[in-house]
Design a protein around this ligand. Structure first.
Ligand code: ZN
Length: 353
């Protein structure tokens, strides 16, 4: 009996202690706005999940490495060329990239240096120019309902990501008004669906002219016109990336960056070229988003660059899986532009570990 009383007292004391502690905690939390509370929890979590030096060395994490921005044109061609791929080519590219440790990254996340690529993988950015119907096609069935054609680029990407969730399905479509993706009755709906699915839309001008031959006014009409078309079709969406048609810039490069036509203003945070190298990491000193190179996504070019990174692994961007940290081998620290990294934490690792 005495023992049971003692035990009861013990539990009572524990209960009171727990109750008072939880009251104190609740009181302390009462003054913390909900959003801040979430942020601080996230920060705590990130503190905890920083990779160890051993993990970084195992992954060979190098967030000062280079990134491929692949440039596709026709998808669904009957035979392959530099500017045209069969659907089978495209599927094979995704499979190769996946097997060699790549994962898709959105252009916007890349520009923000918000690289959420899974740890140990290399980001790759997909871009599609000229808004061909093979990029995004609806199949309309007898009762009028429609579905995404599994043979178009969007269909292939969605299906591949379903089977390989680590890879993701994001891409940027640089469109013209031709109308975008054919099927003129559906182009607005397609732009809305692209954005809803997590894809991005970029500027490729209204009519795909050689901008160097146009007057300043005509250049601005082409760029403002396309941005307006998209932003009216997808309320709230902002077009802020631009791929130069034919890789040719206007005589006044400033107009590729920003301008105005009939009261509509455009401003691009990134300008993408046609050739011909991987781009630098957004964390390094010479990164220039207004002159981003791309790689032509032919079998030959892709194979060349995959081989290049296999043979020069120290050149390859490899993620540590955490957008809040910049993980690099210690000897690459000199490459970083620390002024751009703001609140990101730099994690250095040593090869000799
Ligand atoms: Zn083009």
């Amino acid at each position: 009996m005495k023992y049971r009383k003692g035990k009861l007292m013990f539990f009572l004391v524990i209960f009171l202690l727990f109750f008072s502690v939880s009251c104190i905690v609740q009181e302390e939390q009462a003054d913390v706005p909900r959003e801040l509370e979430t942020v601080s929890k996230e920060q705590d979590l990130q503190e905890v999940v920083h990779a160890s030096e051993q993990e970084l060395a195992t992954w060979q994490a190098n967030e000062a490495g280079k990134v491929m921005i692949l440039m596709y044109h026709v998808i669904g061609s009957s035979k392959e060329s530099t500017w045209a791929q069969t659907t089978a080519n495209f599927r094979r590219d995704l499979q190769m990239l996946y097997e060699q440790g790549y994962a898709l990254l959105s252009l916007q996340n890349f520009l923000d240096n918000n690289i959420d690529t899974p740890a140990g993988r290399t980001p790759v950015i997909l871009t599609f120019d000229d808004s061909y119907s093979g990029h995004f096609r609806y199949l309309v069935v007898a009762d009028g309902t429609k579905k995404i054609d599994p043979e178009c680029a969007v269909g292939v990407l969605l299906d591949f990501a379903k089977q390989h969730p680590l890879f993701g399905h994001t891409a940027t479509f640089f469109i013209n008004n031709n109308p975008p993706f054919g099927q003129k009755d559906f182009w607005q709906e397609k732009l809305q669906e692209l954005v809803a699915l997590g894809f991005e839309i970029g500027n490729h001008t209204l009519t795909h002219p050689k901008l160097g031959k146009l007057s300043s006014e005509e250049v601005q009409k082409e760029l403002a016109g396309l941005a307006k078309l998209v932003e009216e079709a997808v309320p709230g969406y902002k077009v802020d990336t631009f791929a130069l048609p034919y890789g040719l810039s206007p005589q006044n490069y400033e107009l590729a960056v920003a301008g105005v036509y009939e009261g509509f203003t455009y401003k691009h945070r990134a300008i993408l070229k046609v050739g011909a190298n991987p781009t630098l990491s957004p964390a390094v000193k010479d990164f220039d988003p207004l002159h981003l190179p791309r790689i032509r996504a032919s079998s030959l070019e892709i194979a060349f660059w995959l081989d290049y990174f296999q043979n020069n692994p120290e050149q390859r961007y490899i993620s540590d899986g955490n957008p809040q940290t910049i993980a690099i081998p210690v000897e690459k620290e000199v490459l970083l532009d620390k002024s751009k990294l703001r609140d990101k934490k730099i994690l250095l690792w040593n090869k000799d570990i």
